[in-house]
Design a protein around this ligand. Structure first.
Ligand SMILES: NC(=O)c1ccc[n+]([C@@H]2O[C@H](COP(=O)([O-])OP(=O)(O)OC[C@H]3O[C@@H](n4cnc5c(N)ncnc54)[C@H](OP(=O)(O)O)[C@@H]3O)[C@@H](O)[C@H]2O)c1
Length: 139
């Protein structure tokens, strides 16, 4: 599925630990998983950038905030850039996305569609953490 939407190279995290391979990356955009900034740095080039976006919780007390604090504290002392990203929804951005979808430049991957009455089931499915793409509620 990931290849079908444009990836050149795919790492299956259940089979291979990307932080332990010889491959180094200029940019890691962490959209899933709970690997620490220190683990991710091992897979970065010396001037590479790590962006944390994942809301998954690996920390015992403060969840994902734990990783964000580590990245912010570590960043001034290392050659790599460590930062965070938070999406801010806006009407203008949704308009741009709508145009990208309509022109076929972006193809959303929709895993499952639920009617409004089955929202609790949809949320339960999302919470399992393995939805492939988006879960849609039809109104
Ligand atoms: N920063 C922001 O502004 C922002 C905004 C929205 C969402 N987020 C975060 O973005 C992440 C993705 O959200 P989502 O809605 O797509 O739902 P999600 O449930 O977190 O994503 C599910 C996908 O993640 C994969 N996955 C699970 N664990 C993984 C791991 N350890 N390594 C690699 N892939 C893994 C699953 O693949 P398998 O089925 O193969 O496990 C599945 O394809 C979440 O952590 C969410 O908190 C951030």
């Amino acid at each position: 599925m990931v290849r079908s939407i444009g990836a050149d190279h795919v790492v299956d995290y259940t089979q291979e630990d990307f932080t332990q391979s010889d491959q180094k990356y200029d940019l890691i955009f962490q959209l899933a998983g709970t690997r620490s900034p220190s683990d991710c740095r091992r897979a970065l080039t010396s001037k590479g950038t790590l962006i944390l976006s994942s809301g998954e919780s690996g920390g015992r007390w403060i969840g994902p905030i734990d990783r964000i604090i580590k990245a912010v504290v570590l960043s001034p002392f290392v050659s790599q850039r460590l930062g965070t990203f938070e999406a801010k929804r806006s009407k203008e951005d949704l308009q741009v996305l709508k145009e990208l979808v309509e022109s076929g430049k972006v193809s959303p991957v929709i895993d499952r569609t639920y009617p409004l009455s089955e929202v609790p089931e949809a949320i339960r499915y999302l919470e399992e953490g393995h939805a492939r793409g988006k879960v849609v509620i039809t109104v």
